[in-house]
Design a protein around this ligand. Sequence first.
Ligand code: FMN
Length: 234
Amino acid sequence: MSASPDGIIPRTPPRPDHVDYAGEGLDEGEVPGAPFGLISSWVDTARARQVERGDVPEPMSFAVATVDAQGRPDVRTVLMRFLDPVGPGFVTSLESAKSRQLEATPFVAATLTWPAMFRAIRFRGRAERIDDAQLDTYFADRPRGSQLSAWVSRQSQPVEGRAPLEQAWAEVEARYEGQDVPRPDDFGGWRIACDEVEAWAGRSNRLHDRFRWTRVADGGLDDPAAWKVERLQP
Ligand SMILES: Cc1cc2nc3c(=O)[nH]c(=O)nc-3n(C[C@H](O)[C@H](O)[C@H](O)COP(=O)(O)O)c2cc1C
């Protein structure tokens, strides 16, 4: 990319990088009183499309935002590994920066973005720890190499090069040879207990469709009595 003195990323004439978001959109008639059905259906469509057309890589990856002790936002991509009427969930180290931030300030936001489908879903809510039984089931099903890495990595801590990691991995591999790999204590997970969900559907001329569900009572993402839904301006 050539530099521009005003810092604006230049468009390539005749602007082939300008994409008109010619998505299917979202009309009031398709918007349920509670968001769970729409979330599930969009996730299923994204996964199926990746299998069929390959243009939605890592359809379950989502950006998860937390705040640190100074109130400064932090964001990173993780994989959505759980989805139920409480909200989406992910696994991570309980000693990672994100987990420490969530222990101190449990408010969290996340976004699933599928550019090829002109769709995104945003979640806001409180982070709750995923229970041990669910984590055990999840961990037991992971590829063995990933299980071993969970023992090796002190996630988010500095390390003096790659060699110590590979050496530690080899040691852990030898330790568990011929046995099941147990779940390390710091292998945990977080679920976003949602109080706000937004579905975004890109439309032509940037006149997009947006609907936001806001919690008005207790109840799951599948309970229409728990939500108010409004169309937002693009
Ligand atoms: C596509 C993708 C998927 C990822 N999935 C996970 C994940 O499921 N869990 C995780 O802890 N980190 C995952 N990561 C790494 C995180 O982005 C991040 O580097 C790590 O969790 C440390 O973040 P933290 O220091 O803010 O805690 C993934 C990264 C990418 C790019």
